[in-house]
Design a protein around this ligand. Structure first.
Ligand code: PGA
Length: 243
């Protein structure tokens, strides 16, 4: 587990954007695993700037997003499809057919999960996966539970996540109660993982990447089993055990 402790969110975003840039330059047809949420917004803004400056070409890149609410229409401004268009896809030259996000409009979520995993596998797997972390230690929508699920699947949101995400909706009643999410097994097949975290409310969850416990009660703790994870966090989120 590598850790890069940044002064603040701006520096965290710049470090993460540089790693994505290096990946795309090294392998122009790479597969990127992408995350939504407030954490990666600054990184996406920098990638858009690099593209606008002619420093990056996404024409051969494929992308797979971690998750999407279910059910939700793609044009709902709270859908992750909408978020990704707004913050990244509408500003860069990644071809529409190379973009993959679990389909919040699908008729049968039980079919959507295995089909999504098959697409990830057919693309050769994710080269670089961006992850955020929930205050409760979730990754994507793999919430704390007695058991975690390997593949992409439909899941229920916990009260803690509904409350955390309600800031984006008119009220917590408007937050969808379900989501389609890559499973821990899908995430672990990525060749490289970047975990981004900023703010003191992420410190405790992040500490589980730097202790010796593996627990489904903190899904992010499973990342310790992955051979190539880089945590990029700000001072406030940095666990004492990682210093
Ligand atoms: P946030 O969400 O970036 O909005 O804090 C991260 C997450 O819940 O994975």
């Amino acid at each position: 587990m590598k850790i890069i402790v940044c002064r603040d969110k701006a520096e965290m975003s710049a470090v993460a954007a540089s790693m994505v840039e290096a990946q795309v330059k090294e392998k122009p047809d790479c597969v990127l695993g992408l995350a939504t949420g407030s954490t990666p917004e600054g990184m996406y803004a920098l990638l858009c700037e690099k593209y606008a400056a002619g420093a990056l070409d996404f024409s051969k890149v494929k992308t797979f997003n971690l998750d999407e609410y279910y059910p939700i229409k793609k044009d709902n401004d709270q859908s992750y499809a909408y978020f990704m268009n707004k913050h990244l896809f509408s500003h860069i030259n990644v071809p529409a057919e190379n973009i993959h996000i679990p389909n919040g409009e699908c008729a049968d979520p039980a079919e959507e999960g295995p089909a999504y995993d098959a697409l990830v596998a057919a693309a050769g797997g994710v080269d670089l996966q961006i992850l955020g972390i929930g205050r409760n230690g979730h990754i994507a929508f793999n919430e704390p539970d007695e058991a975690l699920i390997m593949g992409t699947h439909l899941t229920s949101l916990t009260e803690s996540t509904i409350e955390a995400n309600s800031r984006f909706f008119a009220s917590s009643d408007d937050v969808p109660r379900h989501a389609l999410t890559m499973g821990i097994g899908t995430i672990m097949t990525a060749k490289k993982i970047i975990m981004m975290a900023n703010g003191a409310d992420k410190k405790e969850a992040l500490s589980y990447l730097f202790n010796d416990k593996l627990t489904a009660a903190v899904p992010a703790s499973l990342l310790k089993l992955h051979p190539d994870v880089t945590v990029i966090c700000d001072e406030a989120a940095c666990p004492d055990s990682a210093r």
